[in-house]
Design a protein around this ligand. Sequence first.
Ligand SMILES: NC(=O)C1=CN([C@@H]2O[C@H](COP(=O)(O)OP(=O)(O)OC[C@H]3O[C@@H](n4cnc5c(N)ncnc54)[C@H](OP(=O)(O)O)[C@@H]3O)[C@@H](O)[C@H]2O)C=CC1
Ligand SMILES: Nc1nc(=O)c2c([nH]1)NC[C@@H]1CN(c3ccc(C(=O)N[C@@H](CCC(=O)O)C(=O)O)cc3)C=[N+]21
Length: 282
Amino acid sequence: MTLIDGKAIAQEVRNEIRDEVAEWVAAGNEAPGLATVLVGDDPASAVYVGGKQKACAEVGMRGFDHRLAADTSEAEVRALLHQLNADPAVSGILLQLPPPPHIDGPKLTEEIAPGKDVDGLTPISTGLLHKNLPGLRPCTPLGCMELLKRHDVDLSGAEAVVVGRSDLVGKPISALLLQANATVTTAHSRTKDLAEVCRRADVLVAAVGVAHLIKGDWVKEGAVVIDVGMNRLDGKLTGDVEFEAAAERARLITPVPGGVGPMTIAMLLRNTLQAAKAAAAV
Ligand SMILES: NC(=O)C1=CN([C@@H]2O[C@H](COP(=O)(O)OP(=O)(O)OC[C@H]3O[C@@H](n4cnc5c(N)ncnc54)[C@H](OP(=O)(O)O)[C@@H]3O)[C@@H](O)[C@H]2O)C=CC1
Ligand SMILES: Nc1nc(=O)c2c([nH]1)NC[C@@H]1CN(c3ccc(C(=O)N[C@@H](CCC(=O)O)C(=O)O)cc3)C=[N+]21
């Protein structure tokens, strides 16, 4: 079994992006800028946003860190998003999900200009993804694909099973795997006999949010296991896969933490650079 070191691969990607940003700026362009919008004071979200801003600075991008009080109205957030859409210093905009309950996160996301949609979550980006047209793809799915790519996992004709069908993770991962010519099954809470479905997988992706839902003996011998889950269990961060038992059967497996998580931020930076370059090209 080989551990997929997401932390190390994310660092490689970040170094590549830092060089590319330096080259872009040396050619006379403005540094790409990432605006993050955080509504409320959820501590986990604050940590994520902080991490994203720090990563931005490290690769030479500008960061615009907008933090709004938990009782901010939907109209105020919408107005901020419009202001950021119009600001040429802002290449990419990220609305951290989930916002407080009185705000409809997915609906507000629609206000982000498609060219600045570095989370790849607007309906336009989703349409481009599913038609395999150029556009900004969701970061976590991109991060999973990058891990597979850097480990030379052959997806063509492979049986891929994705557990989870959210707009943020499960659905776009399934779409990217399909484009890479895998035979994709998307499982969810109504799936009958999830164990049997998982046992078919050459590539098993868990994106559920239930600690250790995926048992070790659901993993096919020699399979590649990507664990997207981020769960707090007894104060510790853990994935959706029963890691120890799964690692005995898997050929490649991601740990939590240190797997997919760091890749999400690396891909956000890549998307921000892509958005900046696309904006300059028009
Ligand atoms: N590493 C990273 O960078 C990121 C990690 N995450 C983590 O990934 C996980 C998933 O996130 P997200 O997609 O946003 O979560 P959602 O809650 O939006 O979606 C969860 C999905 O899992 C399915 N599901 C729930 N329970 C079961 C079950 N018992 N059996 C089978 N399927 C089930 C749901 O099915 P149904 O549709 O039928 O309800 C749904 O499709 C979370 O732990 C989250 O924290 C998320 C984003 C980034
Ligand atoms: N609009 C939006 N876009 C997102 O991309 C988004 C979001 N909302 N809401 C929440 C989820 C979650 N998410 C993570 C990012 C990085 C790590 C990460 O770096 N994790 C580290 C460790 C973190 C720790 O130790 O707490 C790791 O897995 O090694 C985790 C989770 C992005 N999300």
